[in-house]
Design a protein around this ligand. Structure first.
Ligand code: SF4
Length: 382
């Protein structure tokens, strides 16, 4: 089976208020040593036989901050250690970091897909969220990327940002449709302890515009309206993702289908089909370990049959085409027959509640209840 490769670049220009990722703002002097450490990790990871890598995703963080030569060096390291039979090589970029020179250099390096973090087309929402770019930067970035020759662009929006209203949300979706990118992601804002905004909101405070957060119901409405409007032209293939025909994210599909992938960089995760592992989170420690010739791996976790079974549902059901229950039953019958029987009962209950649908042996989330998909997933495996 082919592999996906994920490269984590954990640096940003500023920390967004809602961000719950392990990313930080550091001096630019630290970018190149980090890129070299990633190259070392890639070179050391190949155990011979040159396995095939057919999707690459360079994410973060804001990887577009790096010198294009450093990104080229990283792709070069992948080509040196693996057979890179590219189906898709994605770079995440923030709109304000795109320049004509960078866009051309990215294309020359081998990137053929750009995932652009637009998030909103309203400056008041972008400002409150701590984003560096403004609405005009999004249009300018897309123009630059198109002029350079990119024919596969993904745009992200966030439903639930502070100050977002039904009207401002509809306007953001309209502007996105004006651009008509090949791929769209809509994420619902997560309120948790991992971000400044999340902590403030949970404590009932007002900082970071926490008092201007839309309600959960409003956020669900924004999402559902986005689903309805994107249905004209886009295929909704995963809870948060839409694509024009032939433009689904091949790399991300590997995650939902539990296919193997290797992660490189601080905090990156890997999965070989039987074990999951993660790298140390701290970028400085990551660089030190690689410079010493040591491994940055930690948290090795063999996936038990029960965990794998749960992942089949939690990950697989994110895809709107659903999962093949007959195949799952076959694969897990020997070890988990009692669990399978319990899931059958819960599926019948969720079907009676209209939360899931069964078509032959395929189980899928009901398309009109995706905004409450977590409820269905928790009930299913609870
Ligand atoms: S750009 Fe992305 S990774 Fe960086 S701080 Fe903002 S949300 Fe987090």
């Amino acid at each position: 089976m082919t592999l996906g490769a994920y490269i984590q670049i954990p640096f940003c220009q500023a920390k967004c208020t809602y961000c719950n990722f392990h990313t930080g703002v550091v001096s630019r002097d630290r970018y190149q040593p980090y890129a070299e450490a990633v190259c070392r990790e890639i070179a050391a990871s190949s155990s011979g036989g040159a396995p095939v890598v057919d999707t690459v995703y360079v994410g973060g963080g804001t990887p577009s901050l790096l010198d294009p030569a450093a990104l080229q060096q990283i792709l070069g390291a992948l080509r040196g250690a693996y057979r890179l039979e590219s189906e898709e090589i994605t770079l995440e970029a923030d709109p304000e970091t795109v320049t004509p020179a960078k866009a051309s250099a990215w294309l020359r390096a081998g990137f053929d897909r750009i995932s652009l973090g637009a998030q909103s087309f309203h400056d008041s929402e972008l400002r409150a969220a701590g984003r560096r770019h403004r609405r005009e930067d999004i249009f300018a970035a897309v123009d630059l990327l198109r002029t350079a020759g990119f024919r596969n662009i993904s745009l992200d929006l966030i439903a639930g940002l502070p100050h977002q209203t039904r009207q401002s949300w509809e306007e953001s979706v309209s502007q996105l449709l004006r651009i008509y990118p090949e791929h769209v992601s809509i994420y619902m804002l997560e309120i948790d302890e991992g971000s400044r905004l999340g902590r403030e909101a949970l404590e009932g405070g007002e900082r970071y515009s926490a008092g201007a957060l839309p309600s959960d119901d409003a956020m669900a409405e924004f999402y559902e309206s986005g689903c309805a409007r994107l249905a004209a032209g886009y295929q909704h293939y995963e809870i948060s993702n839409w694509a024009l025909p032939g433009r689904r994210s091949r790399h991300n599909l590997k995650y939902w289908r539990r296919e193997p992938y290797l992660g490189f960089g601080a905090g990156a995760h890997s999965f070989d089909g039987g074990t999951r592992w993660a790298n140390v989170h701290d970028p400085a420690r990551y660089v030190r370990l690689l410079e010493q010739g040591a491994s940055a791996h930690e948290q090795f976790e063999p996936v038990t049959p029960w965990q794998a079974f749960q992942e089949e549902f939690f990950l697989g059901l994110r895809q709107l085409e659903g999962i093949d229950l007959a195949r799952i039953e076959r694969d897990y019958a020997a070890e988990l027959s009692d669990r399978i029987a319990a899931v059958h009962q819960r599926v019948a209950y969720l079907q009676s509640q209209g939360l899931v649908e069964i078509d032959g042996t395929r189980l899928r989330l009901a398309p009109d209840r995706l905004a409450v998909s977590n409820e269905a997933l928790v009930e299913l495996l609870g």
